[in-house]
Write a protein that binds this ligand. Sequence first.
Ligand code: ATP
Ligand code: MG
Length: 308
Amino acid sequence: MEMGIDIGYGVTKAVRADGQVSYFRSIVGVGAPETFGLSKSNFTVVEVEGNPYTVGEAAEQHRLPVITVRARNIIESIAYRALLMASVGDVKGSHSVVTGLPLGYFNADKSRVMRKFKEILPGSEIKIVPQPLGTFYDLLFDDDGEIQHTEFMDKRVAVLDIGTYTTDLLVTDKGTPVAGVSGSVEIGIDTLFTEIRKNLLPVRRNIGSVEIDTALRTNTIKRRGEQIDISDILAENKAAIAANIWSWANARLGTEEDMEVLVLTGGGGEILRNYFFQGNIIVPKSPFLSNATGFCKIARRLYGKVGV
Ligand SMILES: Nc1ncnc2c1ncn2[C@@H]1O[C@H](COP(=O)(O)OP(=O)(O)OP(=O)(O)O)[C@@H](O)[C@H]1O
Ligand SMILES: [Mg+2]
């Protein structure tokens, strides 16, 4: 089966050629939850070297000791193996997988990731691309493999992928990545959450990430049982983070005239969409899943029998 797998620092996503989509937070807990014989259906447990590991939100909910996946050397870890196994799920047989790496680590880590994937999915075909290239291909091809953004092949396109901890910039010129301008910076949605939390201190303390995630959608937060409007604080912080990201990207891009299309993607692309004001902006249908969707489209083109 052809599939796209995007192991992000925050969320792991998998898109399969049969249309199945799955994603879970990139959290790995040691052991399996004790359910006292009750239903086991709401969490994923994978076995690595004979031991069980719980993957996703459930690892935290069940208070399991959690292995951090934020470090770059995660590739060699049991946690990485667990995330990859959970994203493949119970699909049998050999796989054709396209996956991505952040631009900052692409050259340095590519062969290590290749080795890991081959070890975990023996007999499978693996291709590794820079992460934002997934979004580029997601937009380039529609679901039937027809080219929908013809201009992508003769223009200079900048893909800005705003993730949990990092933002990646990939510039393509006539469809070919331009290495010199592309790169990663450690600003992301986590930075936004930290700033919002700081700014909300006079209003409330101890606000969890889930609550901030909700607040970003509802523009309100609970205080002493009452929903209060925090849209001004949210807007200010979103604008500030977007401006920071843009000034970093702009310094890499040089003159803005060089860039004809700006694509905003990643979970953060969705959240910060209205705070970028540069000319021709395109946002994929589902920015959060766009890299994985594009990886799957590449896999189908490279390895699939279908005409995509
Ligand atoms: N359905 C969803 N589930 C979880 N998070 C979502 C969803 N939709 C949007 N988001 C937002 O997307 C953010 C994560 O973005 P994304 O998945 O692009 O990061 P990542 O790829 O894990 O991080 P990085 O690129 O730093 O490795 C979350 O912080 C959340 O706010
Ligand atoms: Mg990402």
